[in-house]
Design a protein around this ligand. Sequence first.
Ligand SMILES: [Zn+2]
Length: 349
Amino acid sequence: MTGQAPETTTSVEQPPQTETIVCYFCGSPDFTRLFRSRDRLHRVPGEYSVVRCNHCDLVYLNPRPNPARMRAHYPPHYVINQFRPAAKNAPLRQRLVAHQLERIDRLKLRRVLAACPLDSHAHVLDVGCNLGTFLAALRDRTGCSVVGLEPAPTPAHYAREHFHLDVREACLEDVADSFGPASFDLITLWHVLEHLWAPRRDLQIIRTLLKPGGTLIVEVPNFGDPLRRLFGSSWAYVDVPRHLLHFTPRTLRNILEDAGFAIDALERDGTFRAYSVTISSLFTLLGLSCEPDLEKSAYAATCIRYATWPLFTLEGLLGMRGLLTAISTPREQAVPADPRAHRRAPADA
Ligand SMILES: [Zn+2]
């Protein structure tokens, strides 16, 4: 169904305002192009190639847009920015959207508390916290101290105004020094790692910010999922060009371990519903326009969901959830050998 055969190459045509890069993980310039795609969500012009590294199998966008061009792909109505909590007397479509957000936050909370018991002494950082609804729920449930990072001004402002959260309108590298080493018991990245320009550097920063024995939770789309193979470039999580990287269980493990983490659990599951991605992928595959206004599409999505729930329950039971969640802890640093002991060794022998 994908319609495009992979082609081995080390170079592709470079559109304007883009940069050709080497592999984020191993630095190799050799790759195989898997397919070309466009911004099918917001229909911003431009075609991009998704490639797989010939050395380590990491899948990434190459060339990638430069920051100026990328800004056009995150318009104010970017779909993630449209989630909002809703009052009980709000119109039904607003409550349907709010219900989706509540469900995602409820699953995040469950995941976090199962992995990492938190109390009022704990400190938590959520990188890419959006509206801060998850952080507010976590704070209210456990009494822990929370900080969020959100580079988009509108959701960052919302988090501060509505939940009185400490949300910095910044990327990790800009504010890491303000926290100090070993500041946090838990750091979370929900659907953030695949958007980062320098994921290895950011993971290394996160490692220094975590306390010894602290927990890192990362949720990303699973490029190794059977539905991705079925839908190919139409799989909704391809999300060109916002998703700069695509992970399989192996490449996610590689990049986390390389940054100094030991993986406690790597689950093929997450907090987004499988059916919504499948429906979006079907619409993309069939060339139907997807309504980018979440509230307008809320009725349709709910009707489709109830009409097809047996299918998507089966999809979930078969493990085709399209997501990966890694729970990891900073590895113990190797203790440097005592130089005196090293000098004594030959004599002792
Ligand atoms: Zn590589």
